[in-house]
Design a binder for this molecule. Structure first.
Ligand SMILES: Nc1ccn([C@@H]2O[C@H](COP(=O)(O)OP(=O)(O)OP(=O)(O)O)[C@@H](O)[C@H]2O)c(=O)n1
Ligand SMILES: C/C(=C\CO)CCC[C@H](C)CCC[C@H](C)CCCC(C)C
Length: 296
């Protein structure tokens, strides 16, 4: 109040008066509305965090971490491709492999609550929205388009990448981390199909007799990498107590799932149905038959 009175003492004070709090007005009516809104929002957010159950806080943090991880993964390979440190088609396939593997690896970060899978599902859901928005050219994101499209066309995001993310969304909601079916299927889609491309594109000179677009080395790579990654991810989740695995039978079952996924991936029909649909679908069906639908 004294400052305001002093400010009125000289002509210069008219300018000061317009900047200092006018005499007699309460701070609330003077403080910029934005500041009041900011303080209010922060207070509500702090109250929400302070009163939220620990599981919700854990799941919220895990969701933020995985979402940020997804963005960072795509951005990293955009920069590596931009600087020609990684060839474009290889970069795309590495993103294909790592997205599924790292997403599964992040699942133990979520709480043991029944709602945890829905928090985890937010990550592929947001990424499917992102692919839809940029694939439909509603907005542009050069980095995303360059990282996950074959030829740099935004509409490409609406096929392979979108199917891939929707499979992640479906698997996390339906199977989550207590069932081997989702883990095995995502391993075949990300690791198996990914390495089939990475190896086959480079060393696949001897083509399959019934499909000149695919090669023996590519299909063999798919079988081996799908089998190995499925085994590793099953060990990961069983070691953390989410899945009980009878290893005497598991390896033979995983080999049959990998064989089914490899056969589906190499038949010419995949020109009609995208690999990112046919491979996980075939894996889910065979894994369902072999492992059963019982989850721990
Ligand atoms: N069993 C396989 C699978 C793939 N490839 C090689 O990898 C390339 C891409 O494989 P493909 O499965 O067609 O990849 P897509 O998922 O269809 O391609 P993209 O991921 O680019 O959409 C093929 O042209 C081929 O050179 C191969 O040799 N043998
Ligand atoms: C190029 C791809 C498929 C074509 O065959 C993969 C597209 C990947 C998406 C752009 C990003 C998906 C991110 C995952 C939903 C979450 C990853 C989280 C993890 C912690 C990095």
């Amino acid at each position: 109040m004294a400052a305001a009175g002093a400010a009125c003492a000289s002509p210069h004070s008219s300018l000061l008066l317009s900047r200092s709090r006018p005499h007699g007005l309460s701070p609330a009516s003077y403080m910029p509305r934005r500041l009041i809104l900011g303080v209010g929002t922060s207070a509500v957010a702090a109250l929400a965090v302070a009163t939220a159950p620990p599981a919700v806080l854990q799941d919220g943090a895990a969701t933020l971490f995985a979402t940020a991880g997804a963005y960072a993964l795509v951005r990293t390979f955009d920069v590596l491709t931009e600087r020609r440190l990684v060839e474009k088609s290889l970069s795309r396939k590495i993103v294909h492999v790592l997205s599924g593997v790292l997403f599964m690896a992040s699942w133990p970060l979520f709480s043991n609550s029944t709602e945890a899978r829905y928090f985890a599902a937010v990550v592929p859901f947001l990424n499917s929205l992102r692919l839809l928005i940029y694939g439909l050219r509603l907005y542009t994101d050069e980095a995303l388009v360059k990282s996950v499209s074959r030829e740099g066309k935004p509409e490409e995001l609406l096929r392979g990448p979108l199917y891939y993310v929707l499979v992640l969304l479906f698997s996390v909601l339906v199977f989550w981390r207590e069932s081997p079916i989702g883990v095995v299927s995502l391993s075949m889609m990300s690791g198996g199909d990914g390495f089939a491309d990475i190896v086959g594109r480079r060393y696949g000179s001897v083509k399959l007799p019934f499909n000149q677009k695919k090669s023996w080395i590519g299909s063999i790579s798919m079988f081996i990498s799908g089998f190995l990654l499925s085994s590793i991810m099953l060990f990961y989740f069983s070691n953390l107590g989410y899945i009980h695995v009878s290893w005497e039978e598991a390896f033979s079952k995983l080999a049959l799932v990998a064989l089914a996924a490899t056969v589906v991936e190499c038949i010419p029909a995949t020109d009609v149905v995208d690999d990112n649909i046919s491979v996980p679908l075939a894996s889910m069906l065979v894994a369902l038959l072999l492992f059963g639908s019982n989850t721990q």
